[in-house]
Design a protein around this ligand. Structure first.
Ligand SMILES: [Zn+2]
Length: 415
């Protein structure tokens, strides 16, 4: 039986320092029941009353962060390599070109069963501490399964883009009441990409429910229009740099009130969301504090997540990530953080990922259902059918040829 760990189980985490904001931390014990934080008790103030039968995990020496929110991904492309022969003028040119240049690569990867590719998309995010991702495509049944390794945003409407999105007005009408409508826009560097935001306005598709992805080609007028309409933006800088040789101008785009950071699929983006964060801080003059918010609270607000994602707080979800505590705050850690340092991930109170060190500390009932994966020379224990997923991907791509955001993944030889 894979799944003996239920959301309703009670669990307490002890000994860690908790990031309650980009710069604020305190040492606390956390109690989780029914998938949510029910108590956060500062160490030294009082002790948590013991609940009989609850699971205790010692995380001393670690810093707990809220689970990260990846505001933009296409989960089915996780195993693909970066494809393109840049530079391009816009996304339409790129899309057409890769089908001419790389038909064999595309056909090969497409023949990996879609459910397997989607699971690897979940794992790519899980490995870097993402607990919620916004998947920009159909909400396929695989993503709806309770055992899918991360939470996938469900309630929103979407279209691909003006050029490739079909009937966007119909898609907007089909968007659930109160939810956002997300589409790629202004992805490129030419006039056509620049003018998309004005066309969206003419079509009645630019309002406070609209979330634009990329916005790279937007000029001052476009940004002013987005501000006036109250729309939001998700930027994906590493993808933009790869395809167009240009970075989002955050002096301009930063004027938009709500901006999040997304890690587009490996077809165009850097390895994972933490690679994206480091890239954005280094290359786009985004401060570590802003970057922290753009992958936690700001992303959750833009996507209108209802469960309190993006922050460690009472009644918020039991979505937590742990890294070794070096004494620094969360924002400053983001400047250098990579997936290798993500040693513990919990979603709705369930342990989804553990490093070997954390694995040793887990009670035996929590270890049940976790399988090891070797990535970047480290072992990660994941709540996923890793062996089976590797076998099915290797069947098509070849042994030792499975790469996740460019990183080779394989079965570890365990001692
Ligand atoms: Zn995209």
């Amino acid at each position: 039986m894979r799944d003996s760990w239920h959301e309703s189980d009670e669990v307490s985490l002890h000994g860690a320092r908790c990031a309650i904001g980009p710069q604020e931390t305190f040492r606390a014990s956390i109690h989780i029941a029914g998938g949510h934080l029910t108590q956060v008790v500062r160490d030294g103030t009082m002790s948590l009353p013991l609940v009989s039968g609850e699971t205790e995990i010692d995380l001393s020496g670690f810093l707990l962060l809220p689970g990260l929110v990846n505001a933009h991904d296409h989960l089915q492309f996780a195993l693909y390599p970066r494809l393109g022969n840049p530079l391009y003028q816009n996304y339409i040119e790129w899309g057409e070109d890769i089908h001419v240049r790389f038909p064999e690569v595309i056909a090969k990867h497409k023949s990996v069963p879609k459910d397997v590719r989607l699971w690897w998309g979940g794992i790519r995010n899980l490995l870097c501490g993402v607990t919620t991702a916004c998947h920009h495509d159909k909400f396929w049944s695989e993503l709806q399964k309770r055992e899918f390794p991360i939470k996938v945003v469900r309630h929103f409407g979407w279209g691909h883009s003006l050029a490739l999105g079909g009937d966007l007005r119909a898609a907007r009408c089909a968007t659930p009441e109160g939810s956002v409508f997300i589409l790629h826009a202004c992805e490129g560097v030419d006039d056509q990409a620049r003018d998309e935001v004005f066309e969206l306005y003419r079509l009645g598709l630019l309002d406070a429910h609209t979330v634009l992805v990329h916005g790279l080609a937007m000029d001052h007028e476009g940004v002013a229009l987005v501000q006036e309409r109250g729309a939001s933006l998700i930027v994906c800088p590493s993808s933009n740099m790869f395809l167009f040789g240009k970075l989002p101008d955050m002096n301009l785009l930063g004027k938009i009130e709500s901006v999040a950071l997304g890690n587009d699929s490996p077809l165009t983006a850097a390895g994972d969301l933490l690679d994206e964060v480091r890239f954005a801080i280094r290359s786009c003059s985004i401060t570590p504090e802003s970057a922290y918010r753009m992958v936690t609270e700001a992303a959750a607000t833009i996507l209108r997540l209802k469960d309190g994602e993006g922050k460690i707080r009472i009644l918020g979800p039991g979505d937590l990530v742990a890294i070794r505590d070096t004494g620094h705050n969360a924002a400053s850690r983001l400047q250098t953080l990579s997936m290798i340092e993500i040693e513990f991930v919990m979603i709705a109170g369930r342990v989804q990922l553990a490093s070997e060190e954390v694995w040793k500390r887990l009670p035996s009932q929590v270890k049940e259902g976790l399988e090891p994966l070797l990535v970047e020379g480290v072992v990660r224990w994941l709540r996923a059918p890793v062996k089976e997923l590797l076998r099915r991907a290797e069947e098509v791509l070849g042994a030792g040829e499975v790469r996740l955001g460019g990183r080779t993944v394989c079965s570890p030889v365990l001692q």
